[in-house]
Structures are given as structure tokens and as C-alpha cells.
Design a protein around this ligand. Sequence first.
Ligand code: ATP
Length: 137
Amino acid sequence: RESTLVIIKPDAVKKQRIGAILSLYEAHGLVLEEAYICVPERALIEKHYEAHKDKDFYPSLVRFMTSDRVFVMKLSGENAVEVVREINGATDPAKARVCTIRYLYGDSVQFNAVHGSSSPEEAEAELALWFGKDQDE
Ligand code: ATP
């Protein structure tokens, strides 16, 4: 059984889509193991998006992700990482398949409603980052 990290981003939280999005994951057999809501600290988002730190969209991405509340989840199930990415759809909502979360609730490549870990290794690192023991220190 695999676990993955999902973040419902500020755009979707603001639009009251937490329940609708969680329902889609649950309908595909994924199980919610842990969750919390928060306005992420800048340092946490910088670490989370470290791989993108040289991209031109990085400053704007960090600003967006620290601007308001996000809903952070640990979801588990068979092939959870891949299943979540299928349900999320393409990064750019304009290219996302019908019935995917980004098709339904994304507005642009930046305001694309959700994040899902991209590999089991990344999921492990991201789960430690968001659910690790230093989280509430
Ligand atoms: P995520 O990691 O959030 O699940 P992803 O793996 O589909 O998304 P990445 O290429 O890793 O996409 O980009 C991470 C995030 O950075 C995207 O989800 C999006 O919010 C933002 N992003 C990516 N490309 C752009 C861009 N060209 N302009 C603005 N924001 C972007």
C-alpha cells in the first residue's frame, strides 16, 4: 500500500472545493489517512518547490502558495501516487482531460487547484516535510 501527499491549493480552498475534491479521491478508492488546514510558512513552500527555484514562475508560485489556506492530505491506496496524478490531470487545466480535478476546478497553470507528489520517492520526502514531527514546532 502506497501513500502520497496532496495539497488542495489556495484557489480551490477559497472556492469551497475541499469536499468535492476529496470526494473524487475517495470515489477512486483512496483513503484519507491524515489531514490539516493551514496557511503555509514561506520556508516550507520554498523547500517543497525547491526543484523550481530557478524558474521564472517561482516567486509568484511561492507568493500564491503562502497567500491563504491550503488543505494538506496524506492519501493511501494501491498505486496512490499514480492514481492521484491521473485524477488531478495535466498541470495546465486547459490541457487536462475531462473529469479530472484540474479540468473541473483549475483556472490556470498557476491556479491549478491541487498538488500531488510525482513519484513514490518524492511522496516519502514530501510526507516527511508536511507531516514530519517538526511540523508543529
Ligand atoms: P504539482 O507539482 O503542483 O502537482 P505538476 O507536477 O503538475 O504540479 P510542476 O511542473 O511540478 O507541475 O509545477 C509545479 C507547480 O508550479 C504547478 O502545479 C503550478 O502551480 C506551477 N507552475 C508550473 N508551471 C508554471 C508556469 N509556467 N507558470 C506558472 N506556474 C507554473
